[in-house]
Write a protein that binds this ligand. Structure first.
Ligand code: AMP
Ligand code: MG
Length: 405
């Protein structure tokens, strides 16, 4: 049997980072930038008001107090978005709104709260300092400045900045398009009524969700029966629009294991036994140049296979440096047994205690026990060669997310 590390290394070596493309801003979320973004404009791009209030010249209002307010004629009104060029003659005020361009000659803005809100004349009860409540062009970003560097991950804050400097698109390593196909004549889509011997397709949803969670553009194509021609047709229909293909079911040694049967003949995909439990039968290769993962059918095998092989491969395709989940060392509170020659992946719940991390198995070993996956927040790894990791012993655990969740 092939060691897990060897299979993983082969999968990783066989995928490459997707070439950069210009994508719409919201599609760039979670992607790595492949350009230095240079601001084409100053931010703010013009001098403007930081408050709703009145543009004034400072000496005109220097003596204002609440006991002796200064009264000025209001000679104009500038809402945000106004393109009108106004001059502020001395001895007057112009009403101005937040973000509106400053009339020429403005030395400060008096906030509306310091005034009687007059429209013909305004009574001002407090003097602003020189420059107060003004926003200067370029105080945030200078035109020509690099605002985001190549390699940065685009999050919501970076999307906002790109939009602010006027960019509708960004050059990024795009989200891999993952097409998921569930195979098996026993499958019925969730929502459908089950006949005798039928089960709901859970794998397709689990994989599509896992791929989406890590930032891929995943789609669950649907169900296909254990029929060679139907399977090939369904698979081929996805090739043009997918960067990576995943199927579940039909890769073990049974009589109706269509995926293995059909793709072994076609070439390009190899079906092997990987020394792991769950997840032993694995298909991997390329179909018309697209990476292909043929996962087994049992839901826990699917989940483990995705975590161990597909997730790192997708992260590599996205250009990420860190391909793997964080790992911690935890102490088991229960024995975990597995087949001695295989790496055992045990679903556990880890929690932090005064004595360090403790891992509790979430249920039995059976690779059909999907509820045990939903309760887990990590996968404990018991290396091949150890048949029982005893209670109290330390194991490495890959953690899915903050263990406190
Ligand atoms: P197979 O690898 O096709 O022999 O399937 C192994 C087991 O996984 C069988 O019990 C299948 O019914 C089950 N299985 C296969 N595909 C799915 C799926 N999409 N969702 C849930 N269980 C599945
Ligand atoms: Mg099957």
């Amino acid at each position: 049997m092939k060691p897990v590390e060897e299979h993983l290394a082969e999968c990783l070596a066989a995928v490459t980072v997707l070439p950069a493309a210009d994508v719409a801003l919201l599609d760039a979320l979670d992607c790595l930038l492949d350009e230095d973004v240079v601001a084409a404009v100053d931010l703010p791009s013009f001098d403007n008001s930081a408050m709703d209030g009145y543009a004034v010249r400072v000496p005109d209002v220097a003596s204002a107090t609440s006991a002796h307010p200064v009264r000025l004629p209001v000679v104009g009104d500038v809402p945000a978005g106004s393109g009108e060029r106004l001059d502020l003659p001395s001895g007057t005020a112009i009403r101005i709104m937040t973000g509106a361009p400053l009339p020429a000659g403005t030395e400060a803005v008096v906030p509306v709260e310091w005034t009687d809100r007059g429209t013909a004349t305004v009574s001002i009860a407090q003097p602003p300092a020189e420059g107060q409540f003004l926003r200067a062009a370029g105080e945030d970003v200078r035109r020509g400045q690099v605002v985001l560097r190549r390699g940065v991950r685009i999050g919501p804050r970076q999307v906002g900045l790109l939009a602010a400097v006027g960019r509708a698109t960004a050059r990024v390593h795009p989200r891999p398009r993952v097409a998921v196909l569930s195979t098996g004549s026993e499958l019925v889509a969730p929502g459908g009524t089950l006949g005798r011997g039928q089960i709901h397709d859970s794998n397709g949803y689990a994989i599509a969700a896992a791929a989406a969670e890590l930032g891929a553009a995943s789609r669950h194509v649907g169900l296909v029966a254990d029929d060679g021609d139907a399977f090939l047709a369904a698979l081929e229909a996805q090739l043009a629009t997918a960067d990576l293909l995943v199927t579940t079911g039909g890769v073990s040694a049974g009589a109706y294991d269509t995926v293995k049967e059909v793709l072994s003949k076609a070439g390009g995909v190899v079906f092997e036994k990987v020394a792991m439990q769950p997840g032993m039968p694995q298909g991997f290769g390329h179909i018309e140049g697209k990476p292909f993962f043929g996962l087994p059918g049992n839901p826990v095998s699917v989940f483990v296979s995705f975590e161990v092989f597909i997730r790192p491969a997708l992260r590599k395709m996205m250009g990420r440096q860190q391909l793997f989940r964080p790992e911690i060392t935890a102490r088991l509170d229960t024995d975990v047994s597995g087949p001695e020659g295989k790496m055992q992946f045990a679903r556990v719940r880890v929690k932090r205690t005064k004595e360090g991390w403790i891992a509790t198995p979430t249920g039995g070993r059976g690779s059909n026990l999907i509820a045990t996956v939903s309760r887990a927040n990590g996968l404990a790894m018991v290396p091949a060669g150890i048949s029982t990791a005893t209670a109290g012993s330390e194991v490495k655990v890959m953690v899915f997310r903050s263990a406190e969740d």
